[in-house]
Design a binder for this molecule. Structure first.
Ligand code: 15L
Length: 265
């Protein structure tokens, strides 16, 4: 497949572009900054909040799919969050409709439902039927972008997979991350499954590894062919407890659900 990867120079983008190329896909990169050293494919240095820049990137070559990773990866004010997550997704979806591109895989976030209380029973998992429950404006942006995907799946028959990513790290570094970790290898497996699953329509999955302490359900991902192979438990002995662990354990969004992230709208 020829895949446009937005945010291709970011932390997830650098790993996923290499991984998808290794699986035989042709990656077209797009980012605010020029291509990282070693990237040899087509590249668009562009801002995907700008519909004209997005149109130019689509017009430059035919595409089979989009992996949308671009966006401010943390909390920001409300206008910035809406532009970064919702307006970019809208501009990409408009271009997809114009150019007949019918698959998008979106880097959503656990923070779309981050204010969901942590299940008291470790066997009870938060799944794809969790109601929208953002913990921040970042989470509001992610859940609103998911709504745009659903709208375009319904209106135009676009296949759209929203991956609610946990903690994408080389290895887990906190008690919470022992539950929320997404390894680099599993991230590539997740994007590959979401890109190639036959006719998913609109679907949500949780982007975590096969963590022993997981509280998100891996079943929606498995239905699309995502079979994670790593488990954060392998690093449990290296993770030191921290005083903030208890407060972070109240909600699935961890620190983002705490009062220090409250902002005026
Ligand atoms: C995310 O969505 C953020 O982009 C990242 O900075 C982490 O906060 C991560 O979630 C997480 O929940 O660990």
């Amino acid at each position: 497949m020829r895949v446009l990867v937005t945010g291709a120079a970011g932390s997830i983008g650098r790993v996923v572009t290499v991984g998808l190329e290794g699986l035989g896909h042709e990656v077209v990169g797009l980012d605010l900054v020029p291509e990282p050293e070693g990237f040899t494919g087509a590249w668009h240095t562009a801002d995907c909040t700008d519909p004209d820049a997005v149109e130019a990137a689509f017009a430059a070559q035919p595409l089979d799919a989009v992996v949308h990773l671009a966006g401010h990866p943390s909390e920001a004010d409300l206008p910035t969050s809406l532009a970064s997550h919702v307006f970019t997704t809208g501009a990409l979806l408009d271009a997809m409709v114009r150019h007949g591109v019918d698959r998008i895989v979106y880097a959503s976030s656990n923070h779309a439902v981050g204010r969901t209380p942590r299940p008291a029973n470790p066997q009870a998992l938060v799944s794809d039927d969790a109601l929208p429950r953002p913990d921040t404006f970042y989470g509001v942006g992610k859940i609103a972008a998911e709504a745009l995907l659903q709208l375009h799946a319904d209106r135009y028959g676009i296949d759209a997979v929203a991956c609610r990513i946990g903690s994408f790290l080389e290895q887990p570094t906190s008690t919470r991350a022992l539950s929320t970790w997404l390894s680099h290898g599993d991230a590539v497996r997740m994007f590959e499954a979401a890109l190639t699953a036959p006719s998913p329509g609109y679907a949500v999955l949780y982007g975590i590894s096969a963590n022993t302490r997981a509280w998100w359900d891996l079943e929606p991902g498995r239905r699309l062919g995502y079979e994670p192979q790593d488990d954060a438990e392998a690093f449990a002995g290296e993770v030191e407890p921290r005083p903030e662990d208890e407060a972070e354990a109240a909600y699935v969004g961890g620190p983002f659900a705490l009062e220090e992230f409250y902002r005026p709208g």
